[in-house]
Design a protein around this ligand. Structure first.
Ligand code: GDP
Ligand code: MG
Length: 401
C-alpha cells in the first residue's frame, strides 16, 4: 500500500522513538534478567560446592570410624586418597569436587543461554516496566496526562502478564488508536456552493505551504479553487502564496501591503461567489508576539465571512508544526478562543521521530486531524489514517491482527 510505505518511509525518518524505546525496554530487562539468573546460578554453584565438600568430609569421617572399628591402622594424613578410592562415587579431593562442579557448569551455561533466549522475547508487566513505558511515551511528546491514561489502561488489563515485544506494541497501538479514532478524517466539500476554509496557526507552522498542497489536491479532484492572501503584514507572505497559486495554476486575491486582512477576505468571497468557485482557501497571519492584535484581526475576518455567509467558515483549520512538541497544545488553546476550530493539520512529521504530539493534541481537544505534512513538496500532504498511524508509531507492520 503506497500510503503506508510512504508513511513508514517519511514519517519518523529517523525512526520512531516509541518503537525503538519499546524494543529497548524489553531488551533492557532481558539483560537484567540474565544477570539476575546468572547470580542465582552462582549461588546455586556455591551451595553445590559446599554440599559436596560437606558430603566428602562426612564420608571421610565415617570411613575413618569404620576402619578404627575394624582395627585397621591408617595414617590419617595419607588415608584420604585410599579411603576415597574405595568409594568411586566420592570425589577424591576438593579439586575433584570443583571439577564435578565445573562439569555441572556446562549445563548451567546452556541453561543461561536458554534463559537469554526466553527473556529477550518476554518481560513481565510490572510497575517498573509500566513506569518505563510511561517515561518513553512522555519523551515522545505524548504528554503526561495522555501517557498516564494509556499506561493505566494497559495496567488494568495486563498487569503481571508476560509480554513479548509484539504484544507490547500491539497493546500500546490499540490504546493510541482508541484515542485517535475521533471521527472520519475526510475534509468534505459541500456541492453547489462556495466552501470557505480558513487556515490559522503561528508563523512558520506551514499554513501557506499546506494551502498550496490542498489547492492542488482539490483542483485535481475537479474543484474550482481560489486563494485569499490575508496575511498582509509581510509582502513576502503574499509573494509566497502567489508562487503557490502559479504552481497550482489557480487565482489568488490580494490587497495592498499592510491593508486590512478582513478587506482582502471580503474581496475574495465576492470574487469567488461571482465566478462560481467551489472552494476558497484563506491564508492568515500568525504573529503570536502580538496576541491581542492577532486575535482581533482573526475575529474581524470571521465576522466579515459570516456577513456574507452565516454558515461559513465551513472549516477553520489550525496548522501545527509537529516538531514544536507540547507547545502545540497552547497554540490550539489560543486559537480556539478566537476561531471555532474544526480540525487540525499537522505538518513536518517527516522531521521528527516523536509524533506523539498527535496523540496528545487529539486526546486533549478531540479535534480530527485532517491532513499530515510529510515534506515540503506539493505532493507531501496525506490524509490522516488513525489506524495506520497507531501501528506505524509503535513499529508494527501493516497487518492488523
Ligand atoms: N519538512 C517539512 N517542511 C514543511 C512542511 N510544511 C511546511 N514546511 C516548511 O515550513 C516552512 C514554513 O512554512 P510556511 O508555509 O511558510 O508557514 P506559515 O508561516 O505558517 O505560512 C517552509 O520552509 C515550508 O517549506 C512539512 O510537512 N514538512
Ligand atoms: Mg505563511
Amino acid at each position: 500500500m503506497k500510503f503506508f510505505r510512504k508513511l513508514k518511509e517519511k514519517l519518523f525518518s529517523t525512526s520512531s522513538k516509541i518503537k525503538d524505546g519499546l524494543e529497548g525496554i524489553i531488551d533492557k530487562q532481558s539483560i537484567e534478567n540474565v544477570k539476575e539468573e546468572q547470580s542465582k546460578q552462582d549461588i546455586l554453584d556455591k551451595n553445590l560446592l559446599q554440599k559436596l565438600n560437606q558430603n566428602f568430609e562426612q564420608k571421610k569421617e565415617k570411613t575413618l570410624k569404620e576402619s578404627h572399628k575394624n582395627n585397621i591402622k591408617i595414617d590419617k594424613t595419607k588415608s584420604l586418597v585410599s579411603i576415597s578410592n574405595k568409594n568411586k562415587e566420592l570425589p577424591n579431593t576438593v579439586e575433584q569436587t570443583q571439577k564435578t562442579s565445573s562439569s555441572k557448569k556446562t549445563g548451567i551455561f546452556s541453561k543461561i543461554i536458554r534463559t537469554v533466549e526466553k527473556v529477550t522475547k518476554k518481560r513481565k508487566l510490572d510497575d517498573k516496566m509500566l513506569n518505563e513505558i510511561e517515561d518513553l511515551l512522555i519523551s515522545s511528546d505524548i504528554g503526561v496526562s495522555t501517557a498516564s491514561l494509556i499506561v493505566e489502561k494497559i495496567k488494568k488489563e495486563n498487569f503481571s502478564k508476560e509480554l513479548d515485544i509484539k504484544q507490547l506494541k500491539q497493546l500500546i497501538s490499540d490504546e493510541i488508536y482508541e484515542i485517535m479514532d475521533v471521527s472520519d478524517s475526510i475534509l468534505k466539500i459541500k456541492e453547489d456552493q462556495l466552501n470557505i476554509w480558513l487556515f490559522v496557526g503561528v508563523n512558520g507552522s506551514g499554513k501557506t505551504t499546506t494551502i498550496g498542497k490542498i489547492a492542488k489536491q482539490e483542483k485535481d479532484n475537479g474543484k474550482k479553487v481560489i486563494l485569499a492572501a490575508a496575511d498582509t503584514f509581510r509582502a513576502a507572505a503574499v509573494d509566497q502564496l502567489s508562487i503557490w497559486s502559479k504552481r497550482v495554476g489557480i487565482e489568488m486575491v490580494k490587497g495592498e501591503e499592510k491593508s486590512d486582512p478582513a478587506s482582502v477576505v471580503y474581496k475574495a468571497i465576492e470574487e469567488a461567489k461571482k465566478n462560481d468557485y467551489d472552494l476558497l482557501l484563506i491564508d492568515t497571519a500568525g504573529r503570536l508576539q502580538n496576541k491581542t492584535d492577532l486575535m482581533q484581526e482573526l475575529e474581524k475576518i470571521i465576522r466579515v465571512i459570516k456577513k456574507q455567509d452565516p454558515s461559513a467558515p465551513h472549516n477553520c483549520l489550525i496548522v501545527l508544526d509537529a516538531t514544536s512538541g507540547q507547545n502545540v497544545n497552547s497554540q490550539v488553546e489560543i486559537f480556539l478562543q478566537s476561531a471555532g476550530l474544526t480540525g487540525i493539520i499537522m505538518t513536518k512529521l517527516d522531521g521528527t521521530a516523536r509524533g506523539g504530539v498527535l496523540v496528545a493534541v487529539t486526546n486533549k481537544f478531540n479535534l480530527p486531524i485532517y491532513r499530515i505534512g510529510l515534506g515540503e513538496k506539493i505532493e507531501d500532504l496525506e490524509t490522516f489514517d488513525p489506524k495506520l498511524f497507531s501501528r506505524v508509531i509503535v513499529g508494527l507492520d501493516n497487518n492488523p491482527v
